[in-house]
Design a protein around this ligand. Structure first.
Ligand SMILES: [Zn+2]
Length: 81
């Protein structure tokens, strides 16, 4: 295995472990911006859930929080599906 191949495998294991953390969260996630994590753009930002420790980028967090807000509005209108 090359050094690059090992790095790819390590990255895949890290991604799988992160996915397991997020899936196992009791929810809702409480994303907090990682200090010095990532850049300014949404896809470069890094946010970590205070509950499960799962890591997402700013775009994933944006859609997650939009979904929570829309679900709350739907429930308030009495049309919870
Ligand atoms: Zn979580």
């Amino acid at each position: 295995m090359t050094a690059t191949g090992n790095a790819v495998l390590a990255g895949q294991r890290e991604a799988e472990a992160n996915k397991a953390l997020l899936s196992g969260c009791a929810g809702p996630h409480e994303f907090r911006r990682v200090a010095n994590g990532g850049g300014q753009g949404l896809t470069a930002q890094r946010w970590r859930c205070a509950g499960c420790g799962g890591l997402v980028n700013g775009l994933a967090r944006l859609w997650y929080t939009n979904g929570i807000e829309h679900g709350e509005r739907r429930a308030a209108r009495g049309r919870a599906a």
